[in-house]
Ligand binder design. Structure first.
Ligand code: SAH
Length: 196
């Protein structure tokens, strides 16, 4: 299909914050994503104690699941409400501190230290701030990014991963003329050209 109908669409940060305020968060699932369970071995590739990144993390329950397995989780999310709901819904004590490199940003970290959620735009991050990751769980992230920002997003993600990393990406396939998104339709060919 032609994706022309979605190419110009922009969802602003303000609109995302409003979705959280209104509880308009149909993308959030209480159950772990079946594809993460199915491909967990691919993500881990026999390794333990990984640094795993959740771009545009919302309050994804898989962060707690992987942290409980002994991995260290870093997420980024523009909505402070989402971040706070994550910690409270899992009864995880946390502390909150400013991020000196990013004006206005805060980092929320579980007291146990293994889950760090940055509350800022993903475009404010760099590997000098968050380091590099062994694994990425990209669900509701690339497909939530505005079509005009995809190239920038993919370049950033490539910069944030170690050489021997695994990147699990979930996309959705549908006729983009029938739904305005997000989630946006990202054709396989575009994924190939973005990530190589
Ligand atoms: N990955 C999550 C959430 C998907 S919805 C899940 O699987 O449930 C996309 C999320 O990205 C929303 O919570 C929205 O608030 C957040 N978001 C949108 N633009 C962002 C940006 N530029 N930087 C960080 N977070 C952003």
């Amino acid at each position: 299909s032609d994706v022309g109908s979605q190419k110009e669409r922009v969802v602003t940060e303000e609109e995302w914050l409003q979705k959280w305020e209104m509880g308009n968060i149909g993308f959030h699932k209480e159950q772990r994503h079946p594809l993460l369970q199915k491909y967990l071995d691919v993500l881990l590739n026999g390794r333990s104690g990984l640094r795993i990144f959740f771009p545009l993390c919302g309050k994804a329950v898989e962060m707690k699941w992987l942290a409980d397995m002994g991995h260290s989780i870093v997420g980024v999310e523009i909505s402070e409400q989402a971040v706070k709901e994550f910690f409270s819904e899992h009864s995880l004590p946390y502390c909150e501190e400013p991020v000196p490199e990013i004006s206005g940003a805060k980092m929320f970290q579980s007291t146990s230290g293994n889950i760090s959620l940055y509350c800022c735009s993903i475009y404010d991050l760099s590997s000098s701030i968050v380091g590099k990751f062994d694994g990425v769980w990209d669900r509701g992230a690339l497909v939530a990014v505005n079509p005009c920002d995809r190239q920038r997003y993919a370049s950033l993600m490539i910069n944030l991963v170690e050489k021997n990393s695994s990147y699990l990406l979930v996309t959705v396939s549908y006729d983009p003329d029938k739904h305005k998104g997000p989630p946006f339709y990202v054709p396989e060919s575009e994924i190939q050209s973005l990530f190589g």
